[in-house]
Ligand binder design. Structure first.
Ligand SMILES: Nc1ncnc2c1ncn2[C@@H]1O[C@H](COP(=O)(O)OP(=O)(O)OP(=O)(O)O)[C@@H](O)[C@H]1O
Ligand SMILES: [Mg+2]
Length: 307
């Protein structure tokens, strides 16, 4: 059985989600002042000495806030409504989410180092990494007791903010470049109180080198340590197109590997897996599968399993 068939064979059925994120979007009272801290904020700040905690709380207060709009999300193919077709996609994300969460916070012998940090990647461009990272982050944020940080680590093609329909400024690359900059200065709060975003930041001519640098690893480790109670979803470049993904893979606890149905080639999969093999928890996700029960359907997540 091929890897792709194995992924498809793992198809399971479960209850549905993402619409709760949409619900939260609708229910959240959005302040006129984008920099106002909402009383409902469930920010779980960094652990550490009281000074860094103070600095961090200060930066929470100063952090920019962006508003996600259901209309823009839908325009960008991100499902937030519950019509029959979209709720199927939503259901499939729930399955993915449950497995990742089980690994993320497992304790004792089954505990995974940095298990709460999930890298979303694929072999080639355009296979649905950003779509998947954003949809998953929204699905996770619909869990009321979970805090989610969505990181855009695709500096060459930073699509997270565009997909969410928001604007940002500083981000990951700025923190990598500037040792004095605190990570939390770059975080964007959103009108979903338990969802924050770390944008990619400005384009830099040394981006590939910077992303492949030790500093990058340090930052991921720092994110894992400071935000150990959050789930961190990292949108990454494709493994075969950038060395950044394999560097990121060294530091994350889990990988969600997107396979595009009828497009991703098995040889490429093997090549890509070799480059990310240091991460022992690789979850496969078959994207854009066509489903023939009644009618053809584009854009659903169809299979999921371990490599
Ligand atoms: N399951 C899906 N349903 C609907 N649209 C999808 C789905 N998966 C991907 N798309 C659409 O396909 C296009 C490419 O997806 P996306 O940008 O997520 O790919 P990517 O892997 O992040 O690409 P890149 O490597 O260039 O960053 C986008 O327009 C996205 O909305
Ligand atoms: Mg992308």
């Amino acid at each position: 059985m091929s890897l792709i068939e194995k992924a498809a064979a793992k198809l399971k059925k479960s209850e549905s989600l993402v619409e709760r994120a949409a619900e939260q979007l609708k229910n959240n009272v959005v302040s006129e002042d984008n920099n106002t801290v909402s009383g409902k904020e469930t920010f779980s700040g960094p652990v550490g000495d009281s000074n860094s905690l103070k600095a961090s709380n200060q930066s929470v207060a100063n952090r920019a806030r962006v508003e996600l709009s259901t209309d823009i999300l839908m325009k960008n193919n991100i499902q937030t409504n519950d019509d029959i077709e979209n709720s199927l996609t939503t259901e499939e994300f729930r399955i993915v989410k449950r497995s990742l969460l089980l690994n993320a916070f497992s304790k004792g012998e089954s505990a995974i180092k940095n298990g709460n940090i999930v890298l979303v990647t694929s072999t080639q461009p355009n296979e649905g990494k950003t779509f998947c990272a954003v949809s998953l982050a929204l699905s996770m944020a619909a869990e009321r007791d979970l805090t989610v940080l969505l990181v855009d680590a695709d500096v060459a093609k930073p699509d997270v903010l565009r997909t969410l329909g928001v604007k940002g400024d500083k981000g990951l690359i700025d923190v990598i470049e500037n040792k004095d900059m605190d990570l939390s200065e770059c975080l964007l709060r959103t009108n979903i109180s338990n969802l924050s975003i770390l944008p990619a930041g400005k384009k830099h001519k040394l981006t590939t080198e910077l992303l492949a640098s030790e500093r990058m690893g340090e930052i991921i480790d720092e994110i894992a340590r400071r935000y150990h109670d959050r789930i961190v979803i990292i949108d990454s470049p494709p493994v075969l197109a950038s060395s950044a993904a394999s560097v990121l893979a060294l530091h994350v606890g889990q990988i969600l590997f997107v396979i595009e149905a009828e497009r991703t080639r098995e040889e490429e999969l093997h090549d890509a897996f070799k480059l990310i093999e240091k991460c022992k928890n690789i979850n496969l996700l078959l994207n854009k599968a066509r489903f023939t029960a009644g009618k053809k359907r584009f854009g659903s997540y169809y299979g999921y399993g371990y490599y």
